[in-house]
Design a protein around this ligand. Structure first.
Ligand SMILES: Nc1ncnc2c1ncn2[C@@H]1O[C@H](COP(=O)(O)OP(=O)(O)OP(=O)(O)O)[C@@H](O)[C@H]1O
Ligand SMILES: [Mg+2]
Length: 323
C-alpha cells in the first residue's frame, strides 16, 4: 500500500486549531487512531480521552471496560460525531485524531455526512435512555421517524417495522404501546424502546453503552441475544461498554481496558481473562461482578480513586494506586 497524503480539515469541529496530518486510509472497518477528546474548563483542560487507538472488523465485538470516568462514553460519542453538535455537556469538546469507518474518515468529514451515517450505518444504545427519547412524541412516532429518515417507505410500513422492533425487544402488546409517550414506560421498558430505536436500521456499527444495566437478568439475556442476532444476520461490528465482565466474557472477541482516558491493555478476550499483563486489569477482574463466578467469592475493589484528568500522574497513570 502506498502512502496517500491526506490534507485534513479542521479536526476539532468548529472550535480549536487547524491540525493538518498525513495519513492513509484504513482497511479496517472501524479504525480509531490517536483519538483525543479534551474539554476546556475553568479548572483546566480535562483530557477525557487522550491518545486512544483501536480497530474493529465487521462481525466482531469489542468490549471496552474501565472504571467510572475512564472515558468510555466520551469515546463512543466521539465515534458517532456527537461532541461537535454539543449534545454532551456544556463544554465544547476539542476532538482530534482519526476515526475511519468503512474507509471514510469521520473527524474531518462534513457534519451533514456524519449525520447521514448516524442512525443508519452506525448507531448507539445510550447509557441514559431519557437523553435519547423525545418527551413530546409517542414512541411509535419516534421509531417510525428513525426508520423513515433512512428508508423510502409508507407510514404504515414504518409503523409495522416499529411494532416489530418493539416486539423483538420484549415489549408486551407492542401494537398498543406504540402510541404511548416515553413517560408512560418504566425505566427498563424505556431502555428497551431505545434499544429498538438503535437497531431499527440494522446498523453496521453498533455501540452499546451499558445496554443492560437497568434491566433484570431475563431481559438482559434477551437483549444480548438480540445484539448477537443482529451481528449474525448483518455482520455488524459491535462495541459493548459494560461493568459486567460476564457480559464481556460472553460477547466480546477483543477487550480494551481504559484508565484515565487511555488504553492500558488491549487483546483477545481470552488473553485478557487468562493472562492479563497490567495490574489495573488484575484489579478490575477482581472488583467486577461476574455471572460466571461463584457468589461466595469476595469482590476486591481497587483502592484509591480514579486519577485527575487535568493532571494525569506521569509515567503509568495507574502507578499511585498500583499494588
Ligand atoms: N462536557 C464535559 N466537560 C468536562 N468534562 C467532561 C465532559 N464530558 C465528560 N467529561 C469528563 O470526562 C471523563 C470521562 O467521562 P465518561 O462519561 O466517558 O466516563 P465513563 O468511562 O463513561 O464512566 P461511567 O462508567 O461512569 O459511565 C469524566 O471525568 C467526565 O467528568
Ligand atoms: Mg459512561
Amino acid at each position: 500500500m502506498t502512502d496517500i497524503p491526506l490534507q485534513k480539515g479542521d479536526s476539532t469541529g468548529e472550535a480549536g486549531p487547524h491540525v493538518p496530518v498525513l495519513s492513509r486510509p484504513s482497511t479496517a472497518f472501524l479504525d480509531v487512531r490517536d483519538l483525543k477528546v479534551h474539554f476546556p474548563t475553568d479548572d483546566g483542560l480535562v483530557r477525557s480521552v487522550d491518545g486512544l487507538s483501536f480497530q474493529l472488523e465487521k462481525g466482531k465485538t469489542l468490549g471496552i471496560v474501565g472504571e467510572s470516568g475512564s472515558g468510555k462514553s466520551v469515546t463512543s460519542l466521539a465515534v458517532l460525531g456527537l461532541h461537535r453538535v454539543g449534545q454532551y455537556g456544556r463544554n465544547k469538546a476539542r476532538v482530534s485524531g482519526e476515526i475511519w469507518l468503512n474507509g471514510k474518515e469521520l473527524i474531518s468529514a462534513a457534519p451533514d455526512e456524519v449525520r447521514r451515517l448516524r442512525g443508519r450505518d452506525m448507531s448507539m444504545i445510550f447509557q441514559d435512555p431519557l437523553s435519547a427519547l423525545h418527551p413530546y412524541f409517542s414512541i411509535g412516532a419516534q421509531l417510525s421517524e428513525a426508520y423513515r429518515i433512512h428508508h423510502d417507505v409508507s407510514k404504515q410500513a414504518a409503523k409495522a417495522r416499529a411494532v416489530e422492533m418493539l416486539d423483538r425487544v420484549g415489549i408486551p402488546q407492542p401494537d398498543k404501546r406504540i402510541s404511548d409517550h416515553p413517560h408512560q414506560f418504566s425505566g427498563g421498558m424505556r431502555q428497551r424502546v431505545m434499544i429498538a430505536m438503535s437497531l431499527i436500521n440494522n446498523p453496521e456499527l453498533l455501540i452499546a453503552d451499558e445496554p443492560t444495566t437497568a434491566l433484570d437478568v431475563t431481559v438482559q439475556a434477551q437483549i444480548l441475544d438480540l445484539i448477537r442476532d443482529l451481528q449474525k444476520e448483518f455482520g455488524s461490528a459491535v462495541v459493548i461498554i459494560t461493568h459486567d465482565l460476564g457480559v464481556v466474557a460472553e460477547l466480546a472477541d477483543d477487550i480494551l481496558v481504559m484508565y484515565g482516558g487511555r488504553c492500558v491493555e488491549r487483546g483477545t478476550a481470552e488473553k485478557i481473562f487468562s493472562a492479563s499483563q497490567h495490574p489495573y486489569t488484575w484489579g478490575l477482574l477482581g472488583s467486577m461482578p461476574r455471572m460466571d463466578r461463584e457468589r461466595t467469592e469476595r469482590l476486591n475493589p481497587i483502592k484509591g480513586s480514579p486519577p485527575s484528568l487535568i493532571n494525569l500522574p506521569s509515567g503509568c497513570a495507574f502507578h499511585p494506586r498500583c499494588p
